[in-house]
Write a protein that binds this ligand. Structure first.
Ligand SMILES: Nc1ncnc2c1ncn2[C@@H]1O[C@H](COP(=O)(O)OP(=O)(O)OP(=O)(O)O)[C@@H](O)[C@H]1O
Length: 302
């Protein structure tokens, strides 16, 4: 079988030109990834990582990551279990601060400012850089109050909360499904609806960046497709970073993809995560520069 992307690249022959019957990426997924939008050669940085190491106590979980997250782009972090994707993601809005013993070395800058500098307020960082988790985790409150919660507790100036709730739920592609039951418990929603509510809750405080940690892994394929559609909608206004185990999902949604792997740390012997390759998604999936990337995306590793 020979399949081609919209750019005419042969997806069954990634990288080295050898036929691979076990190539796991659905070529049509790559083809439909970003047909409507070209991706700049160089991202316009919102968040920059420079020589980032992340530790849990003395264990170095992530080693020497240097990469940028581009404005109004979706960046996917992929790689085998334990390579530090979630650890890196959590460091991008100082969520790791909440984990005992977690520590970041190197620089993570938000619009050029070191977000770990002494005078930076971690709460403010998390307001600008929100996070959506793997398992939908609405508060035990009404649908309305889930959305209103963030603006209320952060003291955000809101002219009309009803308007904000409607706007945000509309933006999260949920309004039509919930507009007649706003006062009902969020727990009455399906998993996919709950996840869209969590996205609504995140954007209610007007962040610039949304971090998503495997946002669809607890969802069925239909709910997953809705979240992916929503991500496509949101990228017009937000910078999104998504951790996913699902390579097809990275190929479908992401402008750029970073592939990580884990290798024994030269200093400690522990397995530490490292960035192998970071490129435009279509390039990474069709012409990976590194053999390890090629092995991973072709299903021969991890
Ligand atoms: N809270 C923690 N305390 C100590 N070690 C941790 C903690 N969280 C993660 N780790 C370790 O850090 C390394 C990276 O884990 P992380 O969860 O970031 O990887 P991952 O690539 O996201 O994995 P997965 O795909 O399985 O979710 C692993 O060795 C893991 O055991």
């Amino acid at each position: 079988m020979t399949s081609e992307t919209s750019t005419g690249q042969d997806l069954t022959h990634p990288g080295n030109g050898q036929a691979q019957s076990d190539f796991h990426i659905d070529p049509s997924a790559v083809k439909t990834g970003r047909p409507d939008r070209s991706v700049a050669d160089v991202p316009d940085p919102v968040i920059e990582c420079k020589g980032v190491d992340i530790y849990y106590g003395s264990f170095r979980a992530v080693s020497d990551v240097t990469m940028v997250f581009g404005r109004k782009e979706i960046t996917a972090l992929i790689g085998p279990s334990g390579c530090g994707k979630s650890t890196l993601l959590r460091s991008l809005n100082r969520m790791n601060d909440l984990i005992e013993g977690a520590r970041v070395a190197g620089v993570i800058a938000y619009h050029g400012q070191d977000m770990y500098a002494d005078d930076v307020d971690a709460i403010e960082v998390r307001r600008k850089i929100g996070m959506v988790f793997q398992k939908p985790n609405p508060f035990p409150k009404s649908i309305y109050d889930n959305v209103a919660y963030g603006p209320r507790v952060t003291g955000m100036k809101v002219d009309d909360m009803d308007d904000l709730v409607e706007e945000v739920l509309t933006r999260a592609a949920l309004w039509d499904e919930v507009k007649d039951k706003l006062k009902q418990s969020a727990y009455g929603l399906s998993g996919g609806q709950q996840q869209r509510l969590c996205i609504a809750r995140t954007i209610a405080t007007r962040p610039e960046v949304i971090l998503m940690d495997e946002p669809c892994s607890a969802l069925d394929p239909i709910a997953t497709a809705k979240i992916e559609d929503l991500m496509h909608e949101l990228r017009d206004d937000y910078t999104i970073v998504v951790v996913t185990h699902n390579m097809q999902q990275a190929a479908r949604v992401a402008d750029r993809t970073a592939f990580f792997t884990a290798r024994p740390d030269e200093q400690t012997g522990d397995r530490t995560g490292m960035l192998v390759e970071f490129d435009r998604t279509t390039v990474l999936f069709t012409k990976p520069a590194d053999k390890r990337t090629e092995d991973y995306i072709s299903g021969r590793f991890g």
